[in-house]
Design a protein around this ligand. Structure first.
Ligand code: NDP
Ligand code: MG
Length: 395
């Protein structure tokens, strides 16, 4: 077997990062920082963190920076940004930067359904999208993958489990696959009973055992809603029916998922829990070069444990399988209800176990449509937020 080493490109790939100031965004910039010959920053967006964004612009000198929040844009000190960076505001600006003709790859790292807009604009422009924002596929999976196919755009997963599956699938088509098994750490409440979780606090939920992430996905990991959203993400990303997707708890977060093939062979991808590796893999795909991500220390790795998830206590997980099977409007409704419920929980206004209950109630109340348009999905997103707010206020 002979492998030609990956030829260094003539120029660095030009990267746009949507959600640059978040956990994935800053990890992405760390990868760029370590690979200056390979990667350069063309555009950065944030919601309101203008001081952090300005610091990133001083370091990476992008052509464009966007603050989505108008108040933050007005408050931002222009002199903190380098002269070559044009500071913009609003959704149109995000779409413009995501579709910049000079962009080679767009990292979609905004949190929540708010990330759909920029991802959509990038795909419409035929860009390669490194997708961290799983909510994009949860809300509008079939429309998003259809758009990518129609525009000749490419979706590369950043979510560690989906990156693992993508890597294990190299050279294989759907008919070779018997099932995909997504691993999850089990979160900070693994092994707890429902009674023990009745008084779980935001502080406890945010203390993730293996990953350091933004607040929303940290709470999603505690409820197992994150795994539920990942089942839906895998369903659309790999065009897999949900009965060929499974979930297993793996507390060490070293095996990032399994692909079981038709012949019984199982391939997995292993690495320490460090998002810089799946980010780098998507940014440089298909090249593999030495980067900043931590390496496995085999001597320190005493055991890899696997256990079945507790679906009764962590009721969100079954919602994910149900929504992946029913498709249509269900993903948009589940996602919006969850965003509201997580916000309420973090504000101390909804008990931990109320998050999944709220999602169940809003899903059950919604007017199901098997083949919704994007406009209908966006309208249902607004409806579900309203409904979830109403539900939590009356509890
Ligand atoms: P963070 O909360 O850390 O960061 C979110 C980013 O999005 C920030 O840059 C924020 O800007 C920006 N943002 C927030 N709201 C809006 C909005 N309404 N409009 C535009 N921009 C907005 O999130 P994470 O980095 O943890 O997660 C990002 C995505 O990646 C999520 O979809 C998550 O599920 C996914 N993911 C994350 C992983 C992780 O390790 N963190 C792992 C796998 C997937 P500002 O700072 O100004 O508020
Ligand atoms: Mg994940």
């Amino acid at each position: 077997m002979s492998h030609a080493p990956a030829r260094p490109p003539d120029r660095p790939k030009r990267v746009v990062v949507l959600g640059a100031t978040g956990s994935i965004g800053t990890n992405t910039l760390d990868v760029v920082r370590h690979l200056p010959g390979r990667l350069a920053v063309l555009g950065l967006t944030a919601h309101a963190s203008w001081e952090q964004l300005a610091g990133q612009c001083r370091e990476f000198r992008p052509r464009h920076a966007v603050l989505c929040d108008w108040e933050a844009f007005r408050a931002a000190d222009r002199s903190a940004f380098p002269p070559e960076t044009e500071l913009l505001s609003g959704e149109d600006a995000v779409a413009r930067v995501a579709a910049d003709p000079d962009a080679d790859i767009v990292v979609s790292a905004v949190v929540g359904a708010a990330g759909l807009h920029g991802t959509w604009a990038a795909l419409e422009a035929g860009k390669t999208v490194a997708l961290a924002n799983k909510e994009t596929l949860v809300v509008a999976g079939p429309l998003v993958t259809e758009l990518a196919a129609r525009r000749g755009a490419r979706l590369l997963p950043v979510d560690s489990e989906h990156s693992a599956v993508f890597q294990a699938l190299t050279g294989h088509g759907p008919s070779d696959v018997s099932r995909v098994v997504l691993t999850g750490s089990g979160g900070p409440f693994r092994g707890r009973t429902a009674a023990e979780l009745a008084d779980a606090t935001p502080e406890q939920a945010l203390r993730h055992p293996t990953w350091n992430m933004g607040p929303k996905i940290s709470v999603d990991s505690a409820t197992l809603m994150n795994k539920a959203l990942e089942v839906i993400e895998a369903r659309w990303l790999f065009d897999l029916p949900p009965d060929r997707i499974d979930v297993i708890v793996h507390p060490e977060s070293v095996v990032h998922s399994f692909v079981e093939f038709a012949d019984g062979s199982v391939l997995a991808q292993l690495s320490p829990p460090d998002m810089r590796l799946p980010i780098q893999y998507a940014l440089l795909y298909p090249d593999r070069v030495s980067g900043p991500a931590k390496r496995l220390d085999w001597k320190a790795l005493s055991a890899l444990r696997f256990e079945a998830p507790d679906r009764a206590t962590f009721a969100a997980l079954d919602l994910g399988f149900e929504v992946a099977a029913n498709g249509g409007t269900c993903g948009a409704v589940l996602n919006a209800a969850n965003e509201v419920a997580v916000g309420r929980f973090l504000a101390g206004r909804l008990p931990f176990l109320g998050i999944a209950r709220c999602c169940r109630a809003v899903l059950d109340a919604h007017d199901y449509d098997p083949r919704p348009s994007l406009d209908r999905l966006l309208a249902l997103d607004r409806w579900a937020r309203h409904e979830a707010n109403r539900w939590t206020e009356t509890r």
